[in-house]
Design a protein around this ligand. Structure first.
Ligand code: NCD
Length: 289
């Protein structure tokens, strides 16, 4: 089956994926004996998502192929569909795809007969990131219902925010957004960070995605840091058991102060660790259902 957007999955199914990821953390073994090949096709830069999917595939004893876009026929004008169809004909068993275009998968669904895992589409969805965020939250708090989160920063360009806001609300969390006016999105619960910071269970920071906006943010980075960045002064106002999250890559000194990255409340590196187990659960589900 494809895993393209969490909107296609019920709350029960989402919890099942998280339970499966937890079983992998606790030592569950699944071994495809080198008989399945997962192709990673990233048409946008990636470190964590790409290599986390690759490590997940290797942990399941799958083989992997990594598409090198820069040296591919994409540069000769080959379309996404023709590229993916080619890999299907080569005999791969699953695709992990990241692409700049929102909902790029709409042109593939029904025509590609191998499961597709969406590793991020433009400013649209990022289901594996949401699942690893949810796993991190569930492992910390044991529940979702009633938790309050503020997502701070470049909401409008963030597929992480877009995926998370929808699924977190379905799971019974209260989601606030914060940050500069330019990044604000209609329909989301916008608040001043300093007004809400002492009430929330989770502060999730987002990177300012310079590559996605032309001149939207003219604010100097020091000013951004002062107004919206998470520094130790703000961390000290957070609830005792509240946590800090960030999908990374982070800009130290912009949305997050250097000394906050690995402070006791920060789960940022734990998120990366959880990502491998969530992606093992996703690959298994995609291959078997
Ligand atoms: C994010 C992405 O690419 O959407 N990173 C990630 O996958 N961990 C967020 C970002 O690039 O800022």
């Amino acid at each position: 089956m494809n895993i393209l957007s969490l909107e296609d999955f019920s709350v029960e199914e989402i919890n099942e994926i998280l339970d499966s990821a937890n079983e992998f953390i606790n030592g569950k073994k699944v071994d495809y004996q080198g008989k399945k090949v997962i192709a990673n096709l990233f048409f946008e830069p990636s470190t964590r998502t790409h290599y986390s999917f690759e490590k997940a595939a290797l942990n399941l004893n799958c083989k992997t192929m990594n598409f090198d876009e820069v040296n591919s026929s994409t540069k000769k004008g080959e379309s996404l569909y023709d590229t993916i169809k080619t890999f299907e004909m080569l005999g791969v068993d699953g695709f992990v795809i990241r692409h700049t275009q929102n909902a790029y998968y709409n042109e593939l669904v029904g025509k590609i007969n191998v499961p597709i895992l969406n590793a991020g589409d433009g400013t649209g969805n990022h289901p594996s990131q949401s699942l690893l965020d949810l796993l991190t939250i569930k492992r910390q708090f044991g529940k979702f219902e009633g938790l309050k989160i503020v997502i701070v920063g470049d909401i409008i360009h963030s597929r992480v925010a877009h995926s998370n806001i929808k699924v977190m609300q379905r799971l019974g969390m209260t989601v606030y957004t914060s940050g500069p006016e330019e990044f604000r999105e209609e329909g989301y619960n916008f608040v001043e960070l300093d007004k809400i910071i002492n009430e929330v269970d989770i502060v999730m920071l987002l990177r300012v995605q310079h590559e996605r906006h032309k001149s939207l943010m003219e604010m100097p980075l020091e000013e951004y840091h002062k107004k919206y960045g998470l520094n130790m002064e703000r961390v000290n106002k957070m609830k005792e058991d509240a946590i800090i999250m960030h999908p990374a890559p982070f800009n130290r000194g912009v949305e997050i102060a250097d000394d906050v990255v690995e402070c006791s409340k920060s789960k940022i590196f734990e998120q990366m660790k959880n990502g491998v187990f969530v992606r093992m659960a996703m690959i298994q589900k995609a291959l078997e259902e």
